[in-house]
Design a protein around this ligand. Structure first.
Ligand code: ATP
Ligand code: MG
Length: 324
């Protein structure tokens, strides 16, 4: 009779997170988190150690119960409609949990069976082993793998049923540079084919390169959620790296701008509106100080992360430890 309203015809978000709170006793790990991730996004969930990223992912995966709020995967509530929601999701957990006696390929085939998939996905399993450089280990038992190999098996395990939404919690912790690139090339291909990809990482350059939108979680709340380009452009400052000739000291007036020093090169943070670069050179010339070397650097995600949270992204190293 009447045409359906826009809200009922609009395609559901890949993930819809509504008012999620999680209390562990007196600790409030999540303090009311709400946001949507659209289909086809490549999204980064960032935050310092203990921010609540893994707790949120466990709630999305239906492994941990929220104290308040709800999550839907492509319109399916993760509690009321658990089986449908779970079928649409692939989750790579941060912790390396698996049966040590299973062989890699067998374990992936068994995992596919849990999702009701049969032999039709075996070629896909072999393709994933190839893409993740695990073909030579297909017949090895899980306990015989290194930490980085186990983590890549977990990635394959999350993808056996070809889910449209994939969430990876630190998938590259403990994985060396070349294999990290290989893993991300694989994820980028899946994304190009339409998969929604959500990741957490402490390597901010990965998030900056891969993800079109970023949320930064800090102490259980969303501190910022923005397109990556906008987040990087919003910060009107840059860094000036300068090496002074001889044993010269920076004039007193410029010293508050120093943010770092290594091997005699000073790094100054210059706010575009307040500290034009020309002003720095004028001050040095007036003081009779010569410059040996100079260059500028635009702020990257690491700088913005520190500015927003007060912590460097790799603080504590707890996540690197978890990969061992
Ligand atoms: N099962 C649990 N029982 C009690 N407290 C928990 C539990 N799981 C997590 N927490 C606490 O909740 C907070 C958020 O932890 P969570 O693991 O979600 O952080 P994270 O952002 O994933 O950190 P990391 O970057 O180190 O992985 C921390 O203070 C943590 O100690
Ligand atoms: Mg975590």
């Amino acid at each position: 009779m009447s045409s359906p309203s826009a809200s009922t015809t609009a395609a559901p978000s890949a993930l819809s997170i509504r008012g999620i709170r999680k209390r562990y006793g007196a600790l409030e790990a999540l303090r009311g988190v709400s946001f949507d991730i659209q289909r086809g996004e490549f999204f980064a969930l960032l935050g310092p150690n203990g921010a609540g990223k893994s707790t949120l992912i466990s709630i999305i995966a239906g492994l941990v119960q929220a104290s308040e709020g709800s999550v839907a995967v492509l319109g399916h509530d993760t509690v009321r409609d658990y089986r449908a929601a779970r079928r649409l999701l692939g989750v790579v957990p941060q912790e390396l949990v698996f049966d040590p006696f299973f062989k890699v390929r067998d374990m992936l085939r068994i995992q596919a069976g849990y999702y009701g998939c049969g032999k039709e996905v075996w070629p896909w399993i072999d393709e994933m082993l190839e893409r993740l450089d695990l073909t030579a280990k297909a017949g090895s038992s899980m306990r015989a793998l290194s930490g980085g190999m186990k983590r890549r098996v977990l990635i394959a395990q999350a993808l056996v049923h070809k889910p449209p939404v994939v969430i990876l919690d630190e998938p590259t912790a403990g994985v060396d540079v070349e294999l990290r690139r290989m893993t991300w090339a694989f994820m980028s291909d899946l994304h190009r084919q339409g998969t929604t990809v959500v990741l957490t990482t402490h390597y901010l350059e990965e998030a900056q390169e891969l993800c079109s939108r970023i949320a930064i979680l800090d102490r259980g709340s969303v501190a910022v959620i923005e397109p990556t380009r906008q987040l990087l452009a919003r910060h009107p400052y840059r860094f000036l790296r300068i090496k002074l000739a001889g044993a010269a000291q920076l004039p007193e007036a410029l010293r508050p701008l120093i943010t770092g020093e290594s091997d005699g090169t000073l790094e100054l943070k210059l706010e575009t509106s307040r500290n034009p670069i020309g002003g720095v050179f004028d001050a040095l010339r007036t003081a009779g100080i010569a410059i040996e070397d100079v260059h500028t650097r635009e702020p990257d995600l690491e700088d913005i992360f520190i500015e927003l949270t007060g912590h460097p992204a790799k603080a504590g190293g707890a996540t690197a430890g978890a990969a061992k």
